[in-house]
Design a protein around this ligand. Structure first.
Ligand SMILES: *[C@@H]1O[C@H](CO)[C@@H](O)[C@H](O)[C@H]1NC(C)=O
Ligand SMILES: *[C@@H]1O[C@H](CO)[C@@H](O)[C@H](O)[C@H]1NC(C)=O
Ligand SMILES: *[C@@H]1O[C@H](CO)[C@@H](O)[C@H](O)[C@H]1NC(C)=O
Ligand SMILES: *[C@@H]1O[C@H](CO)[C@@H](O)[C@H](O)[C@H]1NC(C)=O
Ligand SMILES: *[C@@H]1O[C@H](CO)[C@@H](O)[C@H](O)[C@H]1NC(C)=O
Ligand SMILES: *[C@@H]1O[C@H](CO)[C@@H](O)[C@H](O)[C@H]1NC(C)=O
Length: 807
């Protein structure tokens, strides 16, 4: 208390010295706040003033931001009504806060509390919590406060909830976009029906529910446990008001600045300010996986993101529509194997462990009874289907009873216990005899069903063959019914044509050094643009062998491989003619600060996924089992739509015939991308490509080369270990567009690919499914090869490499 008074005194002194007309954190009735002026809270954490965001038009808003990080706006007054000019002012008029433009129009005003008597001496103050409060100095009554009208940000001291008498709701709403604070699609509100829980709305559709409040946290957010040392989560539910708030635990010194933000993508994140690094880092985020989609598995279904498929039925239940279920349409849910018979004692309870409790909207809650009483009531009440304690603190007490469909159940680590009512025949302790009968009953229809399904799938496959091929990116023109490739006719270009197209291989047409030779741009007489790779004359391969290899390369056709248009063999020249890629190669973008901005988060993920598909095709699906050996950013070309196209595939193989890299010491590859076993022993396998892919993945995400003094693998590993994985993301990417769950998964896969031991690395087909399947559990990576180790092998190789080519 003393401390505060003295600070106030200091500030007052300062004011009188500077003769400023208003104090830093307050605005009086006679004063106005103009564009360029701000109020600053006493602790200097928050600042109120005018700000603009969009670059194309001038739109001014009044809002509150962090002084240490002014781009983070936590509250906006006129979010739907931006000001067109910068000469507006904020002032107090008749007990409300008004924003007036240069033509004296009221653009925005704070709501009026009609129940207030005459206001004599109103004053506006920006509090240390970030709350902007308008009150009457004479009686301390709060007339209006910004905390009652949250924007997309929740701060300590705010609440989310509902006044049950007036219907007034405190809730968060997303912005339309990162530079448009008007209301977007998402809302985060308190659900007051049933046990209190938070609901994330996407328009009028429920996207996610946190699960019932169970005394210390929400049932579906086990992460909340990790905060309990510093923060206390509070849910109050009375007949007048239901609300959720967060308080710092008593005695916790200096909490860092933190905020919970509902982003325009529908993701909620808890962000914490790191004082040392002067940036925000993500502490946690939700919803997290596919199982967080509300009612994913239908009635009596349970969702487990690590299962394939992710939905299963509760014990004692089976899919209501097995065909739909097998087609991954889970909306029909499950039904009882044996209907409940309410008479007598034919029912029992099955314990379902570690779940997010079913939706409680239609459940009965009685916090006053103990769990034994809950069980007794549920077993006596025919319409009760399941029960669970409503408060898990202190061993569990209170009672939730469900009488309707159980929906939105998810398996989570550290979840709750649910007691499910089943017919005794469906409980575990059933006699063998009964089991056999049941098996008989189940097996017969299952066999029939399987047969039916097989027929159905075959039909489906035939019908879908075309689309399936398109999905795989295989060019239909070279794909016949039996799955083999037609004998491709590869055009032979004559030397004169190529010389004319490239202006006699002029330097002006040079696109760059690729592996195995120089690449030139060319234009055929018809106007078609081509890329010509003039192979270096190292290869002593015979003509027939060369042609065989080229025919092989020509047969490889995939959306993510550069297409070979033809070749040219004359005198000692050997050239490959490719389709021309207008956007050059990936290294041109990702390692450049400015051009890097052209590849946003989504595009980068798509590029990574595309490369993985192309590699899978080379390794497996093409039936030729090609090992690329020199996968790197410079070998990934980009077409007009930024689709990645792997180049130089197959060439390694064609060069391999006469050059045994172990004998000659010539290793085809590029430092930074070479797996340890390849660099040290010349040992090559599909897993060395997987290693290069992992390096490439981390480079695409971070925008940093794994080269020179920078050990990207060690860096990524450390950030992941420290939970600072977000820092890995290239600064050229707009951070609000990165999706945490994708980031975590992709980096995880990247680290698995660069494991020191080849056996620990996944195959390309596993990589493809890991990248595309959000629900898959991935093995924990071990520490990757770190620089201290790689240095020991990089130096001898370096010599031979620079000997091959300067790339
Ligand atoms: C935004 O405000 C700054 C001054 O704060 C000004 O320099 C800039 O031009 C404004 N932007 C637009 C689009 O008006
Ligand atoms: C700003 O200008 C637009 C178009 O000129 C107009 O529709 C809008 O009402 C103006 N807004 C304010 C707050 O003056
Ligand atoms: C309005 O004022 C009354 C009386 O002071 C107070 O109880 C109530 O909470 C206020 N309402 C709002 C929405 O601020
Ligand atoms: C939540 O509601 C209760 C009961 O009305 C009230 O006493 C409490 O102050 C509210 N919590 C917050 C943070 O406003
Ligand atoms: C999914 O299954 C339900 C019945 O369980 C059916 O009504 C619905 O049409 C199916 N949806 C699709 C997309 O097939
Ligand atoms: C039985 O349970 C249902 C559903 O939970 C509830 O609506 C009903 O009031 C209960 N009946 C009794 C007698 O408790």
């Amino acid at each position: 208390m003393w401390d505060r008074t003295s600070r106030l005194f200091d500030t007052a002194l300062l004011f009188s010295l500077l003769s400023v007309s208003y104090s830093f954190d307050t605005l009086k009735q006679t004063e106005t706040l103009a564009n360029g002026q701000t109020l600053v809270s006493l602790n200097s954490d928050f600042e109120l003033g005018f700000f603009n965001r969009s670059t194309s038009t001038t739109k001014w808003y009044i809002g509150i931001w962090y002084t240490v990080s002014p781009e983070i706006v936590v509250w906006v007054a006129n979010h739907e009504n931006p000001l067109n000019d910068s000469s507006s002012t904020l002032s107090i008029s008749k007990g409300t806060l008004v924003l007036i433009d240069s033509l004296q129009n009221i653009i925005w005003s704070s709501s009026v509390n009609l129940s207030k008597p005459k206001i004599l001496d109103p004053i506006l103050k920006l509090h240390d919590s970030g709350n902007l409060v308008l009150k009457d100095q004479n009686n301390d009554d709060i007339l209006w406060q910004s905390f009652d009208y949250p924007s997309n940000t929740f701060l300590l001291g705010m609440k989310i909830g509902k006044d049950l008498t007036t219907g007034f709701e405190w809730y968060m709403s997303s912005w339309k976009s990162s530079d448009d604070p008007s209301k977007g699609n998402y809302y985060y509100k308190m659900n007051t029906i049933g046990q209190p829980e938070m609901v994330l709305w996407d328009g009028d559709r429920i996207k996610f529910k946190t699960g019932a409040w169970v005394g210390v946290r929400f049932s579906g957010l086990p992460d909340m446990k990790t905060y309990t040392n510093t923060l206390q989560f509070i849910v109050v539910s009375t007949s007048k008001e239901v609300n959720f708030s967060i308080e710092a635990n008593k005695g916790v010194p200096n909490l860092p600045l933190s905020r919970i933000v509902l982003y325009e993508t529908g993701v909620i994140k808890c962000m914490v300010w790191g004082q040392d690094k002067k940036n925000w880092y993500e502490f946690s985020s939700w919803p997290n996986d596919m199982c967080d989609n509300y009612d994913k598995c239908g009635p009596f279904g349970t969702c487990n993101s690590i299962d394939v498929p992710i939905c299963k039925c509760l014990p004692g239940f089976h899919p209501k529509s097995p065909i739909e279920w097998s087609m991954r349409n889970f909306s029909g849910g499950c039904e009882r194997k044996t209907p409940l018979n309410c008479q007598g004692h034919s029912n029992g309870f099955k314990l379902v462990k570690s779940v997010k409790l079913p939706d409680t909207e239609n459940a009965m809650v009685d916090a006053s009874i103990i769990i034994e009483e809950c069980k007794r009531r549920c077993s006596l009440n025919c319409s009760c289907l399941a029960y669970s304690p409503s408060d898990i603190s202190g061993g569990g007490s209170g009672c939730i009873m469900w009488g309707h469909n159980l929906i939105d159940i998810k398996y989570i680590e550290g979840g709750q216990d649910l007691y499910l009512k089943l017919d005794k025949s469906d409980l575990d302790a059933t006699g063998m005899k009964k089991m056999q009968v049941i098996i008989g009953i189940i097996v017969m229809p299952t066999v029939l069903l399987l047969a039916l399904l097989t027929v159905y799938c075959i039909c489906l496959r035939q019908r879908r063959r075309k689309t399936a091929c398109a999905d795989l990116g295989i060019d239909k023109r070279n794909y016949n019914e039996s799955g083999s490739l037609h004998n491709t006719e590869l055009p032979i270009f004559d030397l004169e044509t190529v010389i004319a197209a490239t202006a006699n291989f002029s330097d002006a047409n040079k696109l760059g050094h690729g592996g195995f030779g120089i690449v030139y741009k060319g234009v055929l007489s018809g106007g078609e643009e081509i890329a010509v790779k003039r192979l270096s004359k190292d290869s002593s391969q015979g003509l027939n062998e060369f042609m065989n290899e080229v025919m092989l390369i020509a047969k490889l056709q995939h959306r993510n491989l550069v297409r070979l248009l033809g070749c040219c063999i004359q005198r000692s020249e050997r050239m490959l003619i490719y389709e021309f890629m207008p956007n050059k190669s990936l290294d041109f973008f990702i390692f450049d600060k400015v051009r890097g901005e052209l590849l946003n988060w989504r595009t980068r993920l798509e590029i990574i996924t595309g490369i993985s598909r192309g590699m899978l095709y080379l390794h497996q699906d093409s039936r030729f089992n090609i090992i690329h050996r020199d996968l790197k950013a410079a070998n990934i070309l980009l077409d007009g739509e930024m689709t990645p196209k792997i180049s130089d595939f197959g060439l390694a193989r064609s060069f391999e015939r006469d050059q045994n890299e172990i004998d000659t010491g010539r290793v085809v590859g590029t430092r930074g991308y070479m797996s340890p076993e390849y660099a040290m022993k010349g040992k090559i396998s599909v897993k060395s490509d997987v290693y290069s892919f992992g390096v490439l993945l981390l480079e695409i995400i971070s925008g940093k080369r794994n080269q020179g003094n920078h050990d990207l693998l060690a860096y990524a590993w450390e950030l992941r270990q420290d939970g600072r994985i977000r820092q890995l993301v290239d600064e050229a990417i707009d951070s609000s567009t990165t999706v945490a769950s994708d980031l975590v998964r992709f980096v995880h896969v990247g680290l698995l690919c660069v494991q020191e031991c080849a056996d620990d690395r996944p195959t390309m087909s596993t990589v493809v499914s890991m990248l595309s399947n959000e629900g898959m559990t991935l093995p924990e990576p071990k520490i990757p090869v770190l620089s201290s180790k790689s240095q020991s092998f990089s130096s001898p190789i370096e010599l031979t490499l620079t000997g091959i080519e300067g790339r």
